[in-house]
Design a binder for this molecule. Structure first.
Ligand code: GDP
Length: 314
């Protein structure tokens, strides 16, 4: 994965220095841990995360774990793999939480440009492909183009969009008038969309919300109002892997602001160092559920911490 290629290279070189060793001394382990620490910091992983991560690895590597089948180097790699899985997953690997009684309501939150609208299309496409009947909801009334953008995305994905603009619902290209629909109030849009989903038996409602360039209280309040009005089963915080160290502060602000339930890492196809995004699960204790790896509808994956750890350590 592009975002982690440099991290992967550096970690593998840290292990390479161990490869010639039959038995590891404390100083071998400390040397390797120093290299791991530098690799993680270079990749923008948050300092607090690096500290606790390397402390656990050191403790376990020096500890009494003795394996018949693994040599000492393999044991260190195994420990790093397990700890990385833990950091990436906040100790959890869980699927999307579907409602017992549909519709399942998924709300997207994050900064402007994080990739929410694009994700709405991917998620809708993925759900439709697995037999669901999703409805996308344009509750980002902040940005003039946002509604149109979601309609374009919905059309590409072949997923209907509930949009306030002009009081229409675009249904795979065909516009349907939605009586009584108002413009301007994202909370009402979200609430009306859920009602429509109940009537028309859409089983999943994906609500795209407004994002600003920076975290601000007005934005948080609006997101909270939408949340309180429709009580989502999932609130997904979408974070651009390219934003570097700001990721941790942004994630904390959204966690306090809307108490999101899961994270989506977007733009993992970019060249950025990606590590800050890797800190998000650990810092917030919320699991990463999906990754977004491009602009196409299929550039989207369900996230599994163990698989990502193995990929990073590959
Ligand atoms: P929003 O403001 O949060 O709704 O963000 P958008 O969905 O509009 O995405 C902002 C920009 O990032 C758009 O140009 C998208 O095409 C692009 N984008 C979104 N997700 C990805 C991704 O995973 N990889 C890449 N390379 N670009 C993405």
């Amino acid at each position: 994965m592009a975002a982690f290629s440099s991290l992967t290279d550096k970690l593998s070189s840290a292990f390479k220095h161990l490869k010639s060793k039959g038995k590891l001394s404390e100083s071998d382990i400390d040397g390797t841990i120093r290299e791991i620490r530098r690799a993680l910091l270079d990749a923008d992983v948050a300092l607090s995360v690096v500290r606790s991560f390397t402390a656990r690895i050191r403790e376990r590597a020096l500890g009494t774990e003795v394996s018949q089948s693994l040599n000492p180097v393999q044991q260190v790699v195994k420990i790093v793999n397990e700890e990385l899985t833990d950091v990436l997953g906040a100790g959890v690997d869980r699927p999307l939480n579907f409602a017992k009684n549909p519709p399942t309501i998924i709300m997207l939150a994050g900064l402007q440009g994080a990739g929410k609208t694009t994700l709405a299309g991917k998620l809708g496409y993925w759900l439709k492909d697995s037999g669901h009947t999703p409805l996308l909801v344009a509750a980002d009334l902040q940005r003039p183009n946002a509604v149109t953008q979601l309609q374009v995305v919905g059309e590409r994905a072949g997923v209907p969009v509930y949009a306030p603009e002009k009081g229409v619902q675009s249904d795979g290209g065909e516009d349907v008038t939605v009586p009584g629909m108002t413009t301007g109030d994202p909370v009402k849009v979200a609430r009306d969309a859920v009602e429509l989903a109940k009537q028309k038996l859409y089983d999943t409602v994906i609500i795209d919300t407004a994002g600003r360039l920076g975290v601000d209280e007005e934005l948080m309040k609006q997101a909270r109002d939408i949340r309180d009005a429709v009580q989502p089963n999932e609130i997904l915080f979408v974070i651009d892997a390219m934003i570097g160290q700001d990721a941790v502060q942004t994630a904390k602000a959204f966690d306090e602001g809307v108490d999101f339930t899961g994270v989506v890492l977007s733009k993992l196809d970019g060249d950025a160092r990606g590590g800050a995004a890797l800190s998000v699960a650990s810092v917030t204790g919320k699991p990463i559920l999906f990754t977004s790896t491009g602009e196409g509808l299929k550039d989207f994956e369900v996230f599994h911490p163990d698989r990502m750890a193995s990929r990073i350590l590959d």
